[in-house]
Design a binder for this molecule. Structure first.
Ligand code: M6R
Length: 617
């Protein structure tokens, strides 16, 4: 979604803005722009399309300045055109704004201005008009005060970033329900939508909290609430470096991130299982959880809330928690949860899963549950993110930065996070002997090596992709732990290749979806060994009998049988635990989607219409 970068105090502020916007590209966008205070005017350049269009438009412009703000826009109100691209200026050109979020009462704010012609169709432009009006009303121009007065009246979600010609070295930002990070290092002030844009300059950053306004100057930061009282943001240090956010020789971030999965899973499992004191039996420790064990022992129901790929990880979480901890679990699309009447109380544990920790649907659902006294555990990849801060406890996945829009390594680490949560709940409720937990954990530790083996199938998968790259419709089927992975496989294929793909519980086929199968259809069947394997074989036979080609994902133990029934079998190493199969069987589906999309000439890192961080409802 929209990306914001602001810099003040650097001779090459415009270069810094372009570099920052490049780092924010992965969030998804359809236009880009920037504004710098230049002499007696605010000079703005903006273009629809890729960042290159904007950079091209900058060439030849006198954009030398020590201060400026830049933006990548993901269209919500108004088409992705030059005129709707940010920044937006008030009619006198005195104030400029860039924005991430949605101003819900923008129509009302427009109406208050009377008969004014707006230059765009956005919900953002009107904010610049109101800030300019507030500036005019003040005895001495004070951008921060004008912003505070304006944001007190705004409804909706926003990260807003302003510059004004009256004070050309000052940037003012305000935040509510959309992420905004500020930093100051070596005489330069910064702000950005996320840390990816800032790590080239500093790793010590501060996330603004809702309702905070920051004044950013070369000599420092000043943070207040909307009434002007001093306020404290959430300060933290980013632990990954620039190299982790680079492609490092891979053709795309997505491919690099697929190949980083052994490490990501290893890091997520690291140091979770230790003896609390010498001589004591090792136990599972989720130190950052911060939810009292006695409280967890009293839980009688779990809701897992998430969106997209994270939801699929949550479906594996349900199987793990019900199996190991014996607590009933509902998994729900976060955007639906708060618009019904979910039965939630202090004995309900809500697990909110989000890679970014900034998905507004998930944050809002979690906060709805907290209002009803339910403890919230976040499973999250981004330290210091909004969800992580607002939850009662956090289990961090340690996947490192994920730049590709399609979630890959963060998905498998979310599964690991869910498995750990299931085991931990079982431990605090006394459902398993410590030795049993230790045994499962030691078997999970073998996952990174097993993923390495699966990655060796890459060449074979590329050949399959070559063969099926023009198949219009692919159906993914699975049962039990195979179902969420089938759903994830279908999502991966559709989001980066734009081909139709759907997933169904294999047993549901005969209740309708099998009508879609005809000669030339491709069915991807998740069929590792395990208790549902014989049923999967029957379902594979049913679709094959109707002319579908079947690509089956099997394991060492099941592959021989599968070869009789499927056109192609990708064989995974035998999993160390049935639920751990989910991690292994995800990998070939990611690689299949990746190769189909690249063979079709698509940009896998920045698929059309999609954003990495979804900060609007
Ligand atoms: O950051 P989150 O995990 O909350 O994001 C949720 C979804 O937007 C995300 O998983 C999305 O479905 C990805 N594009 C999947 O590849």
């Amino acid at each position: 979604m929209c990306g914001i970068i602001g810099i003040t105090g650097r001779d090459d502020a415009v270069e810094g803005i372009v570099a920052g916007l490049k780092r924010l590209e992965y969030r998804g966008y359809d236009s880009a722009g920037a504004v710098i205070p230049d002499g007696q005017q605010l000079r703005a350049v903006k273009r629809a399309g890729k960042l290159e269009e904007f950079v091209h438009a900058l060439e030849g412009q006198p954009m030398a300045s020590t201060c400026g703000i830049g933006h990548t826009r993901w269209a919500t109100h108004g088409a992705p055109t030059d005129r709707n691209a940010h920044p937006h200026l008030d009619p006198t050109g005195r104030v400029a704004v860039v924005h991430n979020g949605i101003i819900e009462n923008y129509q009302l704010l427009k109406a208050e201005l009377g008969d004014v012609r707006f230059a765009s169709d956005t919900d953002t432009e009107v904010v610049a008009y109101h800030v300019a009006r507030e500036l005019d009303a003040l005895d001495t121009p004070d951008l921060a005060e004008a912003v505070r007065r304006t944001v007190r009246r705004l409804k909706g979600a926003f990260a807003l970033c302003f510059v004004a010609i009256d004070d050309p070295e000052t940037i003012v930002v305000a935040k509510k329900e959309a992420p905004l990070i500020v930093a100051h290092a070596d005489g330069v002030g910064y702000c950005a939508s996320d840390v990816a844009a800032l790590i080239a300059h500093t790793r010590d950053v501060a996330a603004l909290l809702d309702g905070q306004v920051a004044v950013i100057r070369p000599d420092g930061l000043e943070i207040t609430d909307v009434d002007g009282n001093p306020a404290q943001p959430h300060e933290y240090t980013v632990h990954w470096d620039l190299e982790a956010a680079e492609k490092q020789g891979y053709d795309s971030f997505m491919l690099k991130e697929i190949f980083e999965q052994p490490q990501a899973v290893h890091d997520t499992l690291l140091d979770r299982h230790t003896a609390s004191e010498p001589g004591a039996a090792p136990a599972l420790h989720l130190d950052e959880l911060h939810i009292d064990e006695r409280e967890l022992a009293r839980i009688d129901k779990v809701f897992i809330l998430a969106c997209g790929t994270s939801l699929h990880a949550g479906m594996v979480g349900k199987l793990a928690i019900e199996h190991w901890a014996g607590i009933p679990v509902d998994v729900e699309v976060a955007s639906e949860f708060r618009y019904r009447d979910p039965i939630v109380d202090a004995h309900t544990l809500v697990i909110a899963i989000s890679q970014s920790g900034e998905t507004v649907d998930t944050i809002a659902a979690a906060s709805h549950a907290r209002d009803q006294r339910a403890p919230v555990l976040a499973i999250c990849n981004v330290v210091g993110s909004t969800l992580a801060r607002e939850a009662d406890g956090v289990l961090y996945t340690h996947a490192g930065p994920e730049v590709g829009v399609a979630a890959t390594k963060t998905f498998v680490t979310q599964i690991v996070g869910c498995l750990l949560t299931g085991l931990y709940l079982s431990q605090v409720r006394g459902r398993m002997f410590a030795t049993e937990t230790a045994d499962i954990l030691s078997r999970l530790q073998q996952m990174p090596a097993a993923i390495e083996q699966v990655l060796e199938l890459d060449g074979e998968i590329r050949e399959l992709a070559e063969r099926y790259k023009d198949t219009d419709y692919t159906m993914f089927i699975g049962r039990h732990a195979g179902l969420p992975i089938a759903m994830e496989g279908a999502l991966k294929l559709k989001e980066i290749s734009y081909l139709h793909a759907e997933a169904f519980p294999a047993g549901e086929m005969k209740h309708g979806p099998i009508a879609l199968i005809e000669s030339g259809s491709l069915v991807v069947a998740l069929a590792p060994g395990g208790h549902v394997f014989p049923k999967m074989v029957s379902n594979i036979q049913e679709v094959r009998a109707r002319g579908a080609s079947v690509l089956a994902i099997g394991t060492d133990g099941s592959a021989a049988d599968l070869k009789e029934h499927a056109d192609h079998v990708l064989t995974l190493p035998e999993p160390t635990h049935e639920l751990a199969t989910t991690v292994l069987s995800t990998v070939p589906l990611q690689l299949f989607a990746y190769h189909v999309a690249t063979l079709r000439g698509e940009d896998v890192d920045k698929p059309r219409n999609l954003a990495k961080t979804v900060t609007v409802e």
